[in-house]
Design a protein. Structure first.
Ligand code: 2P0
Length: 346
């Protein structure tokens, strides 16, 4: 069989999101109740998810590990409506059915509806200017709300898989605290789900530095595809992640901020290096991002143990211990501390 025939066969046999939903909801399909409401936190990856092995099911090339952001996240209420079209409100504002956000939501809800539309009200406490991914908390809250609406009573593993079908990082947002998303190896992705780690580290602080709220030049979904398909350095990424995960798990166990910070910062910077190695090259950084990185490195040189991570945007997040809080906040103007230990409420 030649290559194109193999590719064709793989495509023909490839599983769809609807196949996964069918399997998970087997025997649980029922008429919706009046409404369902749920909260899910945003999360910041300490070891990043960057690149998929399956674009349809959002199956990642590697595992990843994150910290959920406490009460910063999304609360979503969903209810069936009379008409066939979905109506969506974000922070009280009705969104156009033509907006990319609503189109993506509607496509996802097609997996669950039986002919009717939904009214979806989402209130987000994620600071827009901080450039945090809203898709993670948004899809996780939506799945948790659907679980309420339909009374599926699915366990967290199944809910994490359903959230992944909406957005990869949403698989981690169905949990509080430190969370690992296992890459899995199966074609159907039933072993690709997140789990909460048994770690409590209330002294660890996460701070957000909002440097720019301008729209990204390229969305993370397209950027990770471009990197996987064209990045000269991408071949090194899975091995880098494997090593960083060992370091991060060990650092969380030993409460070692230096080990954690080093692995998390190096992981984020390597992710950005893989993006730069692709064509077209992708660089999310602004001059302010570089200045902040240099300020972090200068602080460490002067004995302040502060580390950083960056996602698919120009903003920088800082990691440090509570005992160094005043030394860090006086160096980084506008730093917003996240109460990762405070749970959000529905
Ligand atoms: C992460 N990011 O681990 C990485 C680091 C951005 C940089 O997950 O296509 O919105 O919906 O699965 O989850 C952003 O990607 O992508 C992301 P899709 P997603 O947090």
């Amino acid at each position: 069989m030649n290559v194109s025939r193999v590719a064709w066969r793989r495509k023909e046999c490839a599983l769809k999101k609807s196949d996964v939903v069918e399997e998970l909801l087997d025997g649980r399909r029922r008429a919706p109740g009046a409404s369902g409401t749920a909260f899910a936190p945003a999360n910041i990856a300490l070891c990043k998810y960057w690149g998929k092995r399956d674009d349809e099911l959002n199956l990642p090339m590697t595992s990843s590990l994150s910290l959920s952001l406490g009460a910063l996240g999304a609360t979503t209420e969903i209810a069936p409506c009379d008409g066939p079209a979905d109506r969506v409100w974000l922070n009280g504002e009705a969104l156009s059915g033509e907006s990319p956000f609503v189109r993506r939501l509607t496509a996802y809800l097609d997996l669950y509806r039986s002919g009717h539309g939904y009214d979806v009200h989402t209130v987000s406490t994620v600071p827009v200017a901080a450039g945090l991914a809203s898709s993670a908390s948004g899809f996780a809250a939506l799945v948790l709300a659907l679980n309420e609406l339909y009374g599926w009573e699915l366990d967290r593993k199944a809910l994490s898989i359903l959230a992944r079908l909406g957005s990869g990082s949403a698989s981690r947002s169905v949990f509080d605290g430190f969370v690992e998303w296992h890459a899995g190896a199966r074609d159907d992705g039933m072993d690709s789900y997140a789990e909460r780690l048994d770690v409590s580290w209330p002294e660890l602080r996460l701070g957000l530095l909002a440097l720019s709220s301008a729209e990204k030049p390229v969305g993370s979904r397209d950027a990770m595809k471009n990197t996987r398909d064209t990045g000269a350095l991408y071949a090194a990424w899975p091995e880098k992640v494997a090593g960083d995960l060992v370091e991060i798990r060990g650092a969380l166990r030993d409460k070692d901020v230096e080990r954690l910070g080093r692995a998390a910062e190096s992981n984020a910077l390597t992710m950005h290096a893989t993006m730069l190695s692709g064509w077209p090259p992708i660089l999310y950084w602004l001059p302010e991002s570089v200045q902040t990185l240099q300020a972090v490195w200068a602080a460490r040189k002067e004995g302040v143990p502060v580390y950083c991570t960056m996602d698919a945007g120009p903003n920088v997040k800082l990691l440090f211990l509570d005992e160094d809080r005043s030394r860090v906040t006086e160096r980084f103007e506008g730093l917003q501390l996240v109460e990762t230990n405070r749970k959000g409420s529905a």
